[in-house]
Design a protein around this ligand. Structure first.
Ligand code: ADP
Ligand code: DP6
Ligand code: CO
Length: 331
């Protein structure tokens, strides 16, 4: 009744932005990401007969009522799937800033989906695990797999065709993703709330939907051909389009800060100097920069010179779900 799993975060190159079904976490559009080696969550889950409610420890501390309710709602889905009623102790450690635009919800829910199903003795394949992780956070759908991953939005109302697939293994194409830290405070508008407001109120949202499937096609073609410039261009353009939809929302909002713009500008300058580097930005102020491993040190040095930049984490394509011995986590 006990298991420990590790899941890595991912950075979307073609973004998931908007739900067509909020209860089932069904997305409006397909998305594509790279799982990152540098940032991950390790989660131990133990189901016990004598617990009257779930106990959730995150980074060594008991979470508040609201966070506990979110976890219980997720575990209810797992309990229902497995046909059990026992509550659980969940002990999770994030090696990633929590709720700061670094996709902790992706590694967090992928890890708890894997650990809880294993603890209950279910032997699930990647597809089933991906669909369960999706019910905790959309981006977690993709973190089940390593390397380059596509989450196909699916067509069915019950969500049974909305899951992720690996399109290229983590060792098959070694890009660098520099995660540029500007600030690690909790964000004001969560991705969940931000995408909901955008879908409901932004007149630019239809423009997003009109072009995103073509962006997926172009990104997959670039990955297939190992064409870095094609992948970088479509990723940067896709991120800018997603952020543009938010400015049209009511009330409008943006995740950008002055440092965000400064880094974006610096990357464009580096390109003019002949270095192939492109940026992408999730639901937070920090910027992620894509470049080839050969250019990593030059790009890093250029960005570290900037006063707005606090730190830079160098990431590469990382693995999918792994299971650890039960003894690795004190329950
Ligand atoms: P981000 O994914 O950018 O970190 P989100 O607002 O999407 O920010 O998600 C943050 C939320 O994800 C947290 O408030 C918490 O509910 C959930 N979360 C983060 N880490 C974990 C974890 N290790 N286990 C379970 N849930 C987690
Ligand atoms: C901008 O997966 O955090 O990072 O499904 O509501 O939990 P919920 O949202 P979340 O949204 C991620 C949005 C994004 C783009 C992406 O990761 O594809
Ligand atoms: Co998230």
């Amino acid at each position: 009744m006990k298991a420990v799993a590790q899941a890595h975060t991912n950075i979307a190159l073609i973004k998931y932005w908007g739900k067509r079904d909020e209860a089932l976490f069904l997305p409006m559009n397909s998305s594509l990401s790279i799982t990152l080696d540098r940032f991950y969550t390790t989660t131990g889950v133990q189901f016990c007969k004598d617990l009257s409610k779930d106990i959730f420890m995150l980074n060594g501390e008991l979470v508040n009522e609201q966070e506990l309710a979110k976890m219980t709602r997720f575990l209810d889905i797992i309990r229902n799937y497995a046909g059990v009623q026992e509550h659980a102790i969940i002990n999770s450690t994030n090696k990633v800033p929590t709720a700061a635009g670094f996709a902790s919800s992706a590694s967090g829910y992928a890890a708890v989906a894997a650990a809880s199903t294993k603890a209950l003795g279910l032997e699930l394949g990647g597809k089933e695990l991906s669909m369960l992780a999706r019910r905790g956070s959309g981006s977690a759908t993709r973190s089940i797999f390593g390397g380059y991953v596509e989450w196909q939005k699916g067509e069915r109302e019950d969500g049974s065709d909305s899951y992720a697939k690996q399109i290229l293994g983590e060792k098959e194409w070694g890009l660098t993703i520099l995660s540029v830290l500007l600030e690690s405070k909790c964000k004001k508008v969560s991705s969940r709330e931000g995408m909901k407001r955008t879908v409901e109120t932004s007149p630019f949202y239809s423009g997003w939907l009109d072009t995103v499937e073509h962006d997926i096609y172009s990104a997959k073609e670039a990955i297939r051909n190992h064409d870095f410039d094609q992948l970088g261009k479509v990723s940067e353009a896709n991120a800018l389009k997603m952020h543009a939809t938010m400015l049209g929302a009511t009330p409008p909002f943006t995740y950008w800060q002055s440092g965000t713009l400064a880094v974006m500008e610096r990357i464009q300058e580096l390109r003019e100097e002949g270095i192939s580097a492109y940026f992408t930005i999730d639901a937070g102020p920090n910027v992620k920069v894509l470049c080839m491993p050969n250019d990593e040190e030059r790009v890093r040095a250029a960005l570290l010179h900037m006063s707005e930049v606090e730190d830079i984490y160098s990431c590469h394509p990382g693995p999918g779900i792994t299971y650890l011995p039960e003894s690795t986590m004190r329950m």
